[in-house]
Design a protein around this ligand. Sequence first.
Ligand SMILES: Nc1ncnc2c1ncn2[C@@H]1O[C@H](COP(=O)(O)OP(=O)(O)OP(=O)(O)O)[C@@H](O)[C@H]1O
Length: 256
Amino acid sequence: MTISPSLGLKDVTAARAAGVSKVYGEGETRVVALDRVSVDFRQGEFTAIMGPSGSGKSTLMHCVAGLDSFSEGSVRIGDVELGTLKDKQLTQLRRDRIGFIFQAFNLLPTLNAIENITLPMDIAGRTPDKEWLERVITMTGLADRLKHRPAQLSGGQQQRVAVARALASRPDIVFGDEPTGNLDSRAGAEVLGFLRDSVRRLGQTVVMVTHDPVAAGYADRVVFLADGRVVDEMYEPTADGVLDRMKAFDGRGRAM
Ligand SMILES: Nc1ncnc2c1ncn2[C@@H]1O[C@H](COP(=O)(O)OP(=O)(O)OP(=O)(O)O)[C@@H](O)[C@H]1O
């Protein structure tokens, strides 16, 4: 085991895709969305997945998060091989060990912020770890808004509630699909700052699909996809560095 220099954490794999391929359709409509993708996501690391439209970002996230099946290869969350699980076990694993954040906030309008945050745990019949929940809530900066319903919160505040909901059960890994896609740059920065803090201060593991080089600049590492393949990666990215790298791909997802 090596020690990650930036974080001082043990180099543990939180999730791993090994030789994962995903093919949609047949014959003329056949699309290879993922072509033998191998990638590790380390515990306590914030990874952004970037690439041109259609390069396979969402497909990769969905396959690694157990939301979608794949045609070939294997995926592990911690030491659990997803391919060996029955549907019910997979549902349980997603519920207990994975947090999700989507572009749409998906909050329940009739519940207030704290009720939305604890809803998945309430449904699962789990009691939240009070100390952990307090740390997460403090980090949202919404401690004085917990009794507000979604309609009484700004978009950025709503997404911070959604991030807190994803973190509340202390999942092994949090997946975000364009979590700032619906937000203006200031609200997006607040959400990204919160995500980054959850990694640096709480040791969470975050994997985020994004189109936005500025968003990717918050991550510890960027994985670049093109044409369903991992073509590059960058550590300690800056928005400008990511933008430059993206310019090396043409609109159809091929490296130029
Ligand atoms: N359900 C589906 N049926 C057929 N083809 C699909 C399906 N879902 C995705 N694809 C194809 O797989 C490829 C990868 O799609 P994916 O959504 O993963 O790309 P992406 O990089 O996330 O794109 P974007 O940035 O536009 O969201 C694309 O060519 C897409 O058209």
